[in-house]
Design a protein around this ligand. Structure first.
Ligand code: NAD
Length: 290
């Protein structure tokens, strides 16, 4: 397949390289001039998309996605698929899909879970919104870049699934960290805490797979000085998207709201910027009630 890939950053570069390694003809473009292994470089986004059957975007946010979409849609061939894998707001995803459809293209929003390790290992999970026909065309590409693709329904539903998942993740990480901090103060060892909770009803991905306490459970960013992993700044971005969507949909999300405020404080007023999102644990350790 002839594929264009716009946005060769931490995630995009290894995803594009995996497609090239699997034998697809991939042309890439990034404003920062970054490249990916096996991917030929175009001088601009419109040049990259010429003749491509599938155009993949992996960009920082919804405003940038809207800008890039406006730039490339007029240059894409009719019937091609515009496949956005960035994490953006539901409104931007739906607006871009509408614009693409009006221009005779098919659009999918397909944000990912699995981080940089998943991107390079080809083990991402894709949450996909958009028409069946486009999903069928993109499925072999999802199979190369990831281990699972769930078709969640109409345009925007992939982003909806992603922000709901990450709202749960933000809330459970905070709950896990504050419980560890309480356990410390009650004289419980972290090993005992992990052994009990990871096999009891308090278990979660945050505890079992990504334990925020160093030296306990499987290896995680906590064992590497809280170097991200999944940065607290990115968690804040996703929590804000969840609250923006909740506001627009008139949904009551008190825990999501509290998690957003806590990560905002951590990233903007404290030392959370550039640290893994599980560094909430050392934050709680230092604090007292009230
Ligand atoms: P990144 O900042 O490393 O990459 C984004 C790239 O887009 C950059 O290289 C940038 O130069 C490029 N770019 C910006 N504007 C552009 C334009 N107008 N035209 C072409 N290229 C442009 O970010 P990332 O970590 O690769 O994340 C990309 C997306 O994936 C984000 O939406 C993020 O929320 C999401 N995501 C990231 C992770 C993660 O662990 N990093 C996990 C899941 C989802």
């Amino acid at each position: 397949m002839q594929i264009a890939f716009i946005g060769l950053g931490n995630m995009g570069a290894p995803m594009a390289a995996n497609l090239a390694k699997a034998g697809h003809a991939v042309t890439g473009f990034d404003v920062a001039g970054t490249a990916a292994e096996g991917v030929s470089s175009a001088a601009s986004a419109p040049e990259a998309v010429k003749g491509a059957q599938v155009v993949i975007t992996m960009l920082p946010n919804g405003d940038i996605l809207r800008g890039v979409a406006a730039e490339i849609i007029p240059h894409m061939q009719k019937g091609a698929v515009l496949l956005d894998c960035s994490t953006v707001d539901v409104d931007s995803a739906r607006a871009v899909a509408e614009q693409a459809t009006e221009a005779g293209l098919m659009a999918l929003d397909a944000p990912v879970s699995g981080g940089i390790g998943g991107a390079s290992g080809g083990t991402l999970t894709f949450m996909v919104g958009g028409p069946d026909e486009a999903f069928t065309i993109a499925k072999p590409l999802f199979d190369i870049m990831g281990q699972k693709a769930v078709h969640c329904g109409a345009s925007g539903n992939g982003q909806a699934a992603k922000i709901c998942n990450n709202m749960i993740l933000g809330v459970t990480m905070i709950a896990t960290c504050e419980a560890f901090s309480l356990a410390d103060k009650l004289g419980l060892s972290r090993e005992a805490m992990f052994d009990v909770v990871s096999t009891s009803s308090g278990y979660s991905w945050s505890m079992n797979a990504y334990c925020p306490a160093p030296g306990v459970g499987p290896t995680s960013p906590a064992d590497n000085g809280y170097k991200p992993g999944f940065a607290a700044d990115l968690m804040l971005k996703d929590l804000r998207l969840s609250q923006q969507a909740a506001e627009a949909a008139d949904a009551d999300t008190p825990m999501g709201q509290a998690a957003t405020e806590l990560y905002r404080t951590f990233v903007e007023d404290e030392d959370g910027k550039g640290r893994d999102f599980s560094a909430m644990l050392p934050r709680f350790e230092k604090r007292h009630r009230g």
